[in-house]
Design a protein around this ligand. Structure first.
Ligand SMILES: NC(=O)c1ccc[n+]([C@@H]2O[C@H](COP(=O)([O-])OP(=O)(O)OC[C@H]3O[C@@H](n4cnc5c(N)ncnc54)[C@H](O)[C@@H]3O)[C@@H](O)[C@H]2O)c1
Length: 438
C-alpha cells in the first residue's frame, strides 16, 4: 500500500539562489544554468534535471523524471545573487576561474555581467591566504549578521522572489576547535555581540539565513551550522539545513570504490590519496589550517564505510593518508591519485591505482544546483533541521545526534530516492523482490 504522502507547497513564483562566494564553483554553476536555460548545453551531472526514479514494481514500468515527479523549481524561475570579497561580476569571475571557455561565457555574458557581488562578511583570520576589498564593516558580528539579513530581504524584494535558498560556495575556512559558545543559541548570540573568535564568517551567514527562515546548505568542509546553537535555530525557525563539503572528485571515487571492496569482504592495508590542483581553492587549501578542515572531512569517509572496529581483520590496520598540493599550472583541472593496497583470499596482496583527471568545478556545479533545488523542496514540504537524505552530495554528511553518517553513495542514493517516494506517498523500494517469484 502506498503511503499518503506529505503536503508540499507548489513552487510558485521565483526562487532566489544566493551564494556566499562567487568563485569557480559559484560562477560555473550560474553560467551553466544560464547556458542550459538558453538552450546551449545539457545539465549533465544533475539528478534534478536528468535522472529518473522508479516507482512501484519492476513490472509496472513507471519511471518518471525526478523533476516531473516532485514539484521542483523550474530553472527558468531561478534568480541568482551572492556575496564576494572581490567586487567583479560573475562574467569576470568566471573568466578568472578559467573553468569555462570564453566562447561559452560570451553566450550568456549579459546575464553574467548583471550579477554583481554584494559586500561580504569576511575576516582574514578564518581564510589566511585571501583578502579583498568588497567587505562589510560593522560594530560587531551581530551587526554584520543584521546587514546580511537586510541583503537577503532586499534581494527578495527587488527581484520579486517567492523564496530564497543559500548554498555556501565560498572558500574553506580554517579549522576551529569546539568552543562552549556554540552550545546554545543564547550563548552564540551573546558571543556574536562580543565579537568572539569562535564565530567564523560562514557562521554569521548561516545565522543570518536561519534567522530569516532561509534554508542553508554548506558546500565547504568547515564548521558552520553543524553546531548545536545553529541546529537549535534551524529547528526553532523550521528551516532546512544540509552539509557539508560537496562530494566531487576524489572522495566521490572513494565512496564508489570502498563500498564495493567492503561488499566483497576484500581487505585494505593502505589507501594513499594525493591531489594536485591549481585554482584558488587549491591556494586556500595550501594553508595548513584550511587544509585541516578539508582533511577531517576527507578522512572520515573510509572510516565509516569500512567500520574497522566491526571488521578488524580486513580494515583494522588501514593506513589512510590524504594530501592536497597547490600546483598552479593545471588550474581547475585537478589530478587525484589513489594508491590502494588491498588483499584477498588467504591474504594475497593486490593493488588498485586510480588517476582521476577531473575538473573540480564541472563536478561541483550540478551538485550545488541540485542542493539548492532539493533544499527548497524540503522547505516547502515542511522538513526542517538536518536533511540527511541529501548526504548523497556531501563528503562529510551532517547527521542527527547519536547517528553515524552514511557514506556509501549507493545507500545515500537509495535514501534520497526513497525520501522523494515518501514525500509523494509512493511505496518505498526495498529491492526485496520476492513477490516476483511467488
Ligand atoms: N570544486 C569542488 O569540486 C569542490 C568540492 C568540494 C568542496 N568545494 C568547496 O567549495 C568552495 C568553493 O570552491 P571554489 O573552487 O569555487 O573556490 P574559489 O576560491 O574559486 O571561490 C571561493 C570564493 O569565495 C570567496 N569568499 C571567501 N570567503 C568569503 C566570504 N566570507 N564571503 C563571501 N565570499 C567569500 C572568495 O573570494 C572566492 O571568490 C570551497 O570551500 C571548496 O573547498 C569545492
Amino acid at each position: 500500500m502506498a503511503e499518503k504522502g506529505v503536503p508540499i507547497k507548489e513552487p510558485k513564483g521565483k526562487l532566489g539562489i544566493l551564494l556566499p562566494g562567487l568563485g569557480a564553483v559559484g560562477s560555473t554553476m550560474i553560467a551553466g544554468v544560464e547556458m542550459v536555460r538558453n538552450g546551449y548545453a545539457r545539465p549533465i551531472g544533475s539528478l534534478t534535471q536528468m535522472a529518473t526514479i522508479r516507482l512501484g514494481k519492476r513490472t509496472e514500468d513507471r519511471t518518471p523524471m525526478i523533476k516531473d515527479f516532485v514539484p521542483l523549481a523550474n530553472l527558468d524561475d531561478i534568480v541568482f545573487g551572492g556575496w564576494d570579497i572581490f567586487p567583479v561580476n560573475v562574467y569576470e569571475s568566471a573568466l578568472n576561474a578559467k573553468v569555462l571557455t570564453k566562447d561559452d561565457l560570451d553566450k550568456v555574458k549579459p546575464q553574467l555581467d548583471a550579477i554583481k557581488p554584494m559586500k561580504a562578511v569576511f575576516d582574514k583570520k578564518y581564510v589566511k591566504r585571501l583578502d579583498g576589498p568588497n567587505k562589510k564593516v560593522g560594530k560587531n558580528k551581530m551587526d554584520l549578521a543584521e546587514q546580511l539579513m537586510d541583503d537577503m530581504a532586499n534581494f527578495k524584494k527587488e527581484n520579486n522572489l517567492d523564496r530564497i535558498v543559500i548554498v555556501w560556495s565560498g572558500s574553506t575556512e580554517t579549522y576551529i576547535e569546539y568552543d562552549p559558545v556554540w552550545d546554545t543559541l543564547e550563548s552564540f548570540e551573546k558571543a556574536m555581540r562580543e565579537n568572539h573568535d569562535a564565530i567564523s564568517s560562514s557562521m554569521i551567514y548561516a545565522y543570518a539565513a536561519l534567522k530569516s527562515g532561509i534554508p542553508y546548505a554548506n558546500g565547504a568542509p568547515h564548521m558552520t551550522h553543524d553546531i548545536p546553537a545553529l541546529e537549535e535555530l534551524a529547528k526553532k525557525n523550521n528551516v532546512a539545513i544540509a552539509g557539508k563539503d560537496f562530494k566531487t572528485g576524489q572522495t566521490f571515487m572513494k565512496t564508489l570504490l570502498a563500498p564495493g571492496l567492503k561488499a566483497r569482504m576484500l581487505g585494505v592495508h593502505g589507501w594513499f590519496s594525493t591531489n594536485i590542483l591549481g585554482n584558488r581553492d587549491g591556494e586556500v587549501l595550501d594553508e595548513p589550517l584550511s587544509f585541516k578542515s578539508k582533511e577531517v572531512t576527507k578522512l572520515s569517509a573510509l572510516e565509516y564505510i569500512f567500520q574497522p572496529k566491526k571488521n578488524p581483520e580486513l580494515y583494522g590496520d588501514l593506513y589512510h593518508k590524504v594530501r592536497i598540493n597547490y600546483y598552479p599550472p593545471i588550474g581547475d583541472n585537478k589530478e587525484a591519485w589513489d594508491n590502494i593496497d588491498i588483499f584477498g583470499w588467504l591474504g594475497y596482496p593486490m593493488q588498485i591505482k586510480v588517476d582521476f583527471l577531473c575538473r573540480d568545478s564541472i563536478l561541483a556545479a550540478p551538485v550545488a544546483l541540485d542542493l539548492a533545488l532539493f533544499i527548497d523542496l524540503a522547505q516547502r514540504a515542511g522538513m526542517s533541521g538536518i536533511q540527511e537524505w541529501l548526504s548523497f552530495y556531501f563528503k562529510s554528511p551532517i547527521v542527527g545526534k547519536g547517528l553515524y553518517p552514511e557514506h556509501d553513495i549507493f545507500i545515500q542514493l537509495m535514501k534520497l530516492k526513497n525520501t522523494l517516494r515518501h514525500l509523494k506517498g509512493e511505496d518505498l523500494i526495498t529491492h526485496l523482490g520476492l513477490e516476483y517469484y511467488d
